[in-house]
Design a binder for this molecule. Structure first.
Ligand SMILES: O=P(O)(O)OC[C@H]1O[C@H](OP(=O)(O)OP(=O)(O)O)[C@H](O)[C@@H]1O
Ligand SMILES: Nc1nc2[nH]cnc2c(=O)[nH]1
Length: 189
């Protein structure tokens, strides 16, 4: 593991552009909760935040879903604490049986959609009756590989431009998942 450059980590935060403040993100999570409740309140779903990034929004969303559900987690990574994606690595598959159940997957960001496509396909293959996806952030661009079936997130909190972002669960090289807002890394001039 290369030694982390603490100065770089601090500098990236100081220089980043704030896209959404903490208050705006909290409002977006309230909106997500309302959308999910409207759709899933009568389905007794299983809810899986996708670790690591889905930890913050998953936790915050759960207590706003005031109906019967089961909560677990799954762990998959494609970026591995870097800023570019690779193939998906499963670190923990869901431990709750999804056969015949409605499933809600909660993640921090839908970027190229590869992570969520694989997770949704996995849940369908395991016999889920339906699989819905809630993301805090949807990134706007046209880079989605054509080989990927076009998955759309069902519930979206916020739209962002095509920049690398961190905060509210999203990392910069493994750091700043704790940042209180959604920040975009400023490219070097
Ligand atoms: O739409 P995609 O281009 O597939 O990217 C989105 C995924 O990337 C991030 O996870 P990452 O692989 O960085 O792991 P992490 O959750 O541990 O940060 C994020 O949490 C999403 O799960
Ligand atoms: N932290 C973070 N993870 C991502 N995974 C895919 N896109 C992004 C991004 O912009 N930021």
């Amino acid at each position: 593991m290369p030694k982390i450059d603490e100065e770089e980590i601090k500098r990236v935060y100081i220089q980043a552009d704030l896209l959404y403040s903490e208050a705006e993100v909290e409002q977006a999570i309230n909106k997500l909760a309302a959308l999910v409740t409207e759709d899933m309140a009568d389905k007794t779903p299983v809810v899986f935040p996708v670790l690591n990034g889905g930890l913050v929004v998953g936790g915050k969303l759960l207590t706003k879903l005031n109906f019967p559900l089961e909560a677990g987690y799954l762990h998959a990574t494609r970026y591995r604490n870097t800023t570019s994606g690779h193939s998906l690595e499963w670190l923990m598959k869901p431990q709750i049986d999804v056969k015949g159940r409605a499933v809600l997957i909660v993640d921090d960001i839908f970027d190229e959609g590869i992570t969520l496509t694989e997770i949704v396909n996995y849940c369908h293959a395991e016999g889920a009756s339906e699989v819905k996806v809630a993301v805090l952030v949807h990134k706007n661009h046209n880079r989605t590989p054509t080989a990927t079936p076009a998955l759309q997130a069902d519930f979206i909190g916020l739209e962002i431009e095509d920049r690398y972002v961190f905060g509210y669960g999203m990392d910069y090289k493994g750091y700043w998942r704790n940042a209180p807002g959604i920040f975009a890394v400023r490219e070097r001039e």
